[in-house]
Design a protein around this ligand. Structure first.
Ligand code: ATP
Length: 357
């Protein structure tokens, strides 16, 4: 199984039974979200130490980012908020994109499953987006060829499309999923999206047990809003993936709930699913902490700390679904710290047997 091989190949820094994980808080609400993760891990006795690296958004150089990348290469695993880039003069475009490219994190996975009782436009959604994460419209190859004419290159390669498609079908098979839908715009971008679509069709033939169909991105947005339950696994390019994940998160509770996972052959990086900075709500104790906490649960599962992952995930579920402790983005009145206190309360109550003997 190529996925299992891939995950097994990821080196994980471990000293005396403890893992070391790179933490990049990023800008906006990133710092408070990261601190909540640290508080809960400390409380639950999670055997993970964080190497925290702050990246100065105003920096004129990429030294901070280089240091962060070296740290992730050493530790194998990272958790991050959204990194801001304010320095436009130096030609530094997006440090988030640069980080994904440098670590070859070719796939982004977002699993959106409705939380019962959360204010949402649709119920019973359970779908997965498998998004290309390193090329496509995010190639960052733009130039002004003559004054007033800008060209932007969208890169689609057979190699990356094949690797991503195989990941999607393997993921579907491993997780008991029945259908993969390739999302594209091959009717207009016949060569680039055509390549992506044709490659996914070719790989689909290797997985006769998984149904495969395809849909144009425009229609996908409409179908997601009208009848999202028809989807199972969405397989798509970089920008369409970003659009789909944001539409889906908007349908089931917004930016504050769901986590996203970035994988390559060697490294894994976990973060809130919609990658928002949330500058306007930073430092006010009102942001929803659960997308980042769910990212920390993903990270623990990846490292094999399943007991701690299950304990924290259960405490999150109880807080959202049973206790209905909701921040303003979900229509509630709770503060971020109310949510965290409630999670700690469930961990203390030991509702699941999570404590290591
Ligand atoms: P800014 O970073 O200045 O807020 P923005 O308006 O583009 O920029 P994003 O960071 O992209 O905002 O976030 C989109 C929306 O989602 C914003 O309204 C933001 O407040 C909200 N949002 C993002 N993350 C959370 C969160 N964890 N809890 C509550 N709301 C959130």
């Amino acid at each position: 199984n190529p996925i299992q091989k891939r995950i097994a190949a990821i080196p994980k820094a471990q000293y005396g039974g403890r893992h070391t994980v790179t933490m990049l808080p990023g800008g906006g609400i990133g710092l408070e979200l990261s601190n909540y993760v640290r508080e809960i891990f400390r409380y639950a006795g999670v055997p993970v130490d964080f190497e925290v690296i702050d990246i100065d958004p105003n920096s004129e150089t990429n030294d901070d980012l280089d240091y962060a990348i070296t740290s992730i290469k050493r530790n194998g695993v990272a958790i991050k908020g959204n990194i801001e880039t304010k320095s436009e003069a130096t030609g530094i475009i997006s440090r988030n994109v640069a980080l994904r490219n440098e670590l070859d994190l070719f796939v982004n996975v977002l699993h959106c499953k409705s939380y019962p009782g959360v204010r949402s436009h649709h119920k019973d959604i359970d779908l997965i987006v498998v998004r290309q994460n390193t090329e496509g419209e995010y190639a960052m190859l733009e130039h002004e060829s003559v004054r007033g004419v800008v060209e932007s290159l969208k890169i689609i390669t057979v190699e990356a499309s094949e690797r991503l498609s195989r990941f999607a079908f393997e993921y579907a098979r491993k997780n008991g999923r029945k259908k993969v839908t390739t999302i594209h715009k091959a009717n207009i971008m016949k060569l680039s999206d055509g390549c992506f679509l044709e490659t996914s069709k070719r790989i689909a033939k290797e997985y006769p047990d998984i149904e495969h169909n395809n849909m144009i991105i425009d229609n996908t947005c409409m179908q997601l809003v009208a009848k999202p339950q028809q989807f199972d696994v969405l397989l798509t390019t970089n920008l369409y993936g970003s659009i789909c994940t944001n539409v889906i998160c908007g349908l089931v509770g917004g930016a504050g709930l769901y986590s996203g996972r970035n994988y390559g052959d060697h490294y894994a990086v976990f973060e809130p699913g919609t990658r928002n900075t949330g500058s306007s709500i930073a430092g006010k104790n009102i942001c929803n902490p659960f997308a980042m906490l769910n990212a920390s649960v993903d990270m623990l599962n990846h490292l094999g700390h399943t007991q701690h992952a299950n304990a924290i995930s259960t405490a999150i579920y109880e807080t959202i679904v049973k206790d209905k402790i909701h921040t303003a983005d979900l229509g509630g009145t709770a503060s971020s710290t109310d949510c965290i206190q409630n999670v700690l309360k469930h961990l203390a109550a030991g509702q699941v047997s999570w404590k290591i003997a």
